[in-house]
Design a protein around this ligand. Structure first.
Ligand SMILES: [Zn+2]
Length: 631
């Protein structure tokens, strides 16, 4: 997943404690990776002690009433003689349940905050099939139902899911933990004329029956279950890659993603074959709350990467890299999230380096380092030093609390340090084997460290001392040996910024060859508030107000709010109406709420556009804008 919540608004401790399930160490696990060393505290399911193999899903999507209903049928083996199968649910209406074809009396526990309700289903030793008839509720956190005006084309409604981290349970009853994998088949019925897509083998055009069949033959955890329904078109890139988008956006999206085929080739050269068949990208309508989601075979991505100049497609490198780190070798629990995201961030930078050159990748490393420094400072200020460890402790908390820069940036810098210490060839060889040997398995932090020691460090005590694993994995902040990228291109940017601040005429600045990343560094390192005159000079020369590049636009509007540069307001209004990505919305609304002169504007804009945002974005933005306490 890419990326990111503004950390200051995440830190809501729920204070609840979850009683641990009765995990018997003799139980056979279905993780394929031997025994887990920890219970997944974010799943109420006992799918780790009953072998759940396969899901047959048969659902109807009602876009008018905003409802999914149907049946989820689980194939299982009760080798451990359990008396019940427990599935995760969240706000689901359960109509009936059958075990081996016989109706059984099920029990649905009261809801426990973000964890939802455990569904208890009596089973026998010979139970091999459990079927649940259900419908989704109004609070389904995974589902965004878009009215036509909330889509790009503004003609038809649209539905998409976001199942990571623990939202799959809000649209199907399932064992919802990253350590529990299953294969699936699905039959999805949609209104006539609409296309349905899943994280599976997908259709490429609308059919007359409006019923679509899907198959995912590789076992995946529930957080990778995905569904999109809308007026969607497809365009091919090459024989194994392509793009889906709303009809009115498909040509732009196809142009922007021209290099995706080449990207898959580059990734394979680094770390071995792509194991999932096709790699397609679905460019979603604006309400998508995050950058991208690595749903297998079908990455979901934000339309904010459609910049018109292919400058932001490294986000796709991130989602593609998850086809190895995350989807193939999966973090066992959300406390081990850095194993998904740190590896993916590292891998993303390597793909970018192969395709764009070292000095370009170095800029992305450095911007990530700056994010890391900011994030560590925020967490320290909030007295949450332990949240800056790579190994997280999210007991009693929503796993989304762990969605900070730490797993991404501290994780990838840790791997970069190992690369530098052992040499790139040796590290690449190690990683390739790591992905091969652990494919379709689950990994804990502890198991990874043993693997690292056995396969790479091999009792080299000097090397281990130099890297100091404990400081990275079980220690706070940024360790002293954190590597930094070469600053070659940013040093030049710094010098142009200095000239601007010393009143050099803007047209004399050497900016002609700059990419998005140079502009981001140029703007990020400006003094806290520029004068209106300085803002105007920059805007006149570089047309920041109204730019189609969302990364630059967001930064610019934050600066405009700080400076009181009202010329940018109308375009900022448009931006907030058409962008749903939390990474952009949270800091911009947050900046407006900081100054009494702009809080009223924030409230007006938020009330106007709240309905356009995803329920997950609404949750975090409500805390920023509606529950804001004046300082
Ligand atoms: Zn990711």
């Amino acid at each position: 997943m890419k990326k990111l919540l503004a950390i200051s608004f995440l830190l809501i401790l729920s204070g609840i404690s979850i009683s641990s399930c009765h995990f018997n160490s003799k139980d056979k696990k279905n993780t394929g990776a031997g025994l887990l060393t920890q219970k997944d505290i974010h799943s109420l399911s006992n799918g780790d002690s009953i072998s759940i193999k396969h899901l047959d899903l048969d659902i109807k999507v009602d876009l008018v009433n905003k409802l999914i209903s149907g049946q989820a049928s689980w194939t299982m083996e009760n080798d451990n003689h359990k008396k019940e199968l427990v599935l995760d649910t969240y706000d689901l209406g359960i109509d009936s349940v059958k075990a081996n074809g016989q109706k059984v009396a099920f029990k649905l526990d009261p809801q426990i905050k973000f964890l939802g309700s455990a569904l208890h289903i009596p089973v026998k030793d010979n139970t091999t099939k459990v079927t649940v008839w259900y419908k989704t509720g109004k609070d389904a956190r995974a589902l965004q139902w878009l009215d036509p005006e909330q889509t790009h084309d503004k003609v038809h409604p649209f539905l998409f899911t976001q199942s990571e981290s623990i939202y799959a349970r809000s649209w199907l009853p399932c064992p919802d933990g990253p350590g529990m994998r299953f294969t699936y088949d699905a039959r999805v019925s949609v209104p006539s004329g609409f296309l349905a897509l899943m994280s599976a083998v997908n259709p490429q055009s609308v059919n007359d029956s409006a019923i679509y069949h899907f198959n995912m033959e590789q076992p995946i955890p529930a957080y990778l279950m995905a569904l999109a329904v809308g007026d969607i078109a497809f365009k091919s890139i090459d024989d194994r890659t392509g793009v889906y988008a709303e009809r009115g956006m498909i040509d732009k999206a196809r142009w922007e993603l021209e290099d995706v085929g080449r990207m898959v080739d580059n990734a394979e050269q680094l770390y071995g074959p792509y194991r999932w068949g096709r790699y397609d990208v679905m460019v979603l309508p604006p309400g998508f709350p995050i950058g991208g989601m690595e749903n297998p075979r079908l990455t979901f991505c934000t339309p904010t990467i459609i910049a018109g100049d292919r400058s932001l497609v490294n986000l796709i490198a991130h989602e593609l890299a998850h086809s190895w780190s995350g989807n193939l070798v999966t973090n066992a629990t959300w406390n081990d999230f850095w194993l998904n995201e740190g590896f993916t961030n590292y891998f993303e930078h390597r793909i970018t380096e192969q395709m764009m050159g070292k000095s370009y990748a170095d800029m992305i490393w450095e911007l990530g380092y700056e994010d890391l420094v900011d994030n560590v400072n925020d967490l320290n200020a909030a007295h949450l030093e332990k949240d800056t460890w790579l190994k997280l402790d999210l007991k009693g908390r929503d796993p989304d609390d762990g969605l900070t820069d730490i797993p991404y940036e501290k994780g990838s810098h840790f791997l970069k340090l190992i690369e530098i210490s052992v040499g790139r060839d040796r590290f690449d060889h190690f990683l390739k084997h790591y992905f091969e040997e652990n494919a379709f398995k689950t990994m804990t932090t502890e198991k990874f460290l043993v693997y690292l020691d056995t396969a790479l460090f091999k009792d080299d005590s000097d090397l281990k001392k130099k890297i100091n694993i404990n400081a990275w994995v079980y220690g706070p902040g940024i360790p002293a040996n954190c590597p930094r990228a070469d600053q070659e291109r940013f040093v030049k940017v710094d010098s142009e910024r200095d000239k601007f601040l010393l009143d050099t005429p803007v047209e004399k600045l050497a900016t002609v060859e700059w990419t998005t990343h140079e502009w981001l560094h140029f703007l990020r390192k400006m003094p806290p508030a520029l004068s209106i005159n300085q803002m105007k000079k920059l805007d006149d020369a570089f047309n920041f107000t109204g730019t189609g590049n969302c990364e630059i636009a967001d930064l610019w509007y934050i600066m405009a709010v700080r400076a009181g540069y009202s010329h940018a307001w109308p375009k900022m209004d448009e931006f907030l109406s058409s962008v749903g990505r939390r990474k952009f919305l949270e800091p911009l609304y947050g900046q407006m709420m900081k100054d009494p002169k702009t809080t009223e504007m924030a409230l007006t804009l938020y009330n106007k556009y709240r309905k356009n945002y995803h329920p997950l974005a609404q949750e975090s933005l409500d805390k920023i804008v509606l529950n804001h306490k004046p300082q």
